[in-house]
Design a protein around this ligand. Structure first.
Ligand SMILES: Nc1ncnc2c1ncn2[C@@H]1O[C@H](COP(=O)(O)OP(=O)(O)OP(=O)(O)O)[C@@H](O)[C@H]1O
Ligand SMILES: [Mg+2]
Length: 286
């Protein structure tokens, strides 16, 4: 598996949403054509040809006349299910002890949250990944009695360069001060992780439980926001699932640990501004 894959999704053009596309961004979604490129299909293309395209052509704006190639390109007609096929192998790998991270990157209104979380009736990456993960765990546990799995959930938000634990019962709804002093740590055994709140490592046993915790976290996130869209556009949401597996045939110690991070980044035009002192000050004051 490659170390990094870049997959592009072109969202459908809908006038009713165009208000979400910043007016200073030229060429967003108005001039992109996804080119068929069947001779260059990736070896692992298992799904429809329309979603196995690799090149986008830009017909107006700053990049007029240029073509860009990616590991995979999904056109405006692509479905949530097709897009998910790029993530599905990472979920299997996490159950088998590997680590991976999926970032959704793009300007405000480009479809990051739609792709990562989805909308009712059109589930995105997170609900599909959580469901698949527990299916795989249950399959593995029932085919080998010696295996015992433990799964830990963390759901955080990064806003104004501070972490917020969205699962914390004492979450500070005003969002001004983190409810706990959450800090990044790095260890050989666990990799990069956060400390400072017990719910940063919430044990979970079913997909349903994870999805209901995420829903509660989203309510917390919304509670302190004067304008939810505005806030979600300016913060990163980070969902982490750690899968630990013990094999009693191998002496009972932890035999492998996998992890998948699913990240809905702040609108990319906001990230560009986040280093600016004045912008940070405005953010904390609003
Ligand atoms: N592929 C798609 N098909 C149908 N609707 C979409 C698609 N992508 C995005 N949308 C719709 O467009 C709107 C904006 O998308 P979304 O909220 O996902 O943007 P975003 O990238 O998360 O923006 P922000 O940076 O502000 O959080 C939403 O109403 C969403 O449902
Ligand atoms: Mg969003």
């Amino acid at each position: 598996m490659e170390a990094i894959r870049v997959v592009v999704r072109v969202r459908p053009r809908e006038e009713q949403h165009s208000v979400l596309v910043p007016s200073n961004k030229r060429g967003v979604n108005k001039s992109i054509t996804v080119l068929p490129d069947p001779s260059k299909l990736p070896d692992d293309a298992k799904f429809g040809q329309k979603s196995a395209r690799l090149t986008v052509a830009i017909s107006s704006g700053t990049y007029e006349g240029q073509e860009f190639r990616f590991d995979q390109v999904f056109g405006p007609e692509s479905t949530q299910e097709e897009l998910y096929q790029t993530v599905s192998p990472l979920v299997d790998a996490a159950v088998n002890g590997f680590m991976s991270t999926v970032f959704a990157y793009g300007p405000t209104g480009s479809g990051k949250t739609y792709t990562v979380s989805g909308i009712p009736g059109q589930p995105g990456i997170i609900p599909r990944a959580v469901t698949q993960m527990f299916e795989r765990i249950n399959e593995a546990a029932s085919s080998s009695q010696s295996l015992a799995f433990m799964v830990f959930l963390s759901y955080t938000e990064v806003y104004n360069e501070a972490f917020y634990d969205l699962l914390s019962p004492t979450f500070d709804a005003s969002h001004r001060v983190p409810s706990y002093k959450i800090q990044l740590r790095d260890s050989h055994q666990r990799g990069v992780y956060l400390t400072g709140s017990p719910t940063l490592r919430t044990p979970v046993t079913s997909a349903q439980q994870v999805l209901s915790l995420i829903a509660k976290g989203n309510v917390q996130r919304a509670t302190g926001a004067t304008n939810l869209n505005e806030r979600s556009s300016r913060s990163h949401a980070i969902l982490t699932l750690d899968i630990e597996c013990q094999d009693s045939n191998r002496g009972g110690g932890m035999s492998r640990m996998g992890r998948i991070n699913l990240i809905d980044l702040a609108g990319s035009e906001r990230v560009g501004l986040s280093g600016v002192e004045g912008e940070r000050m405005t953010e904390t004051q609003t």
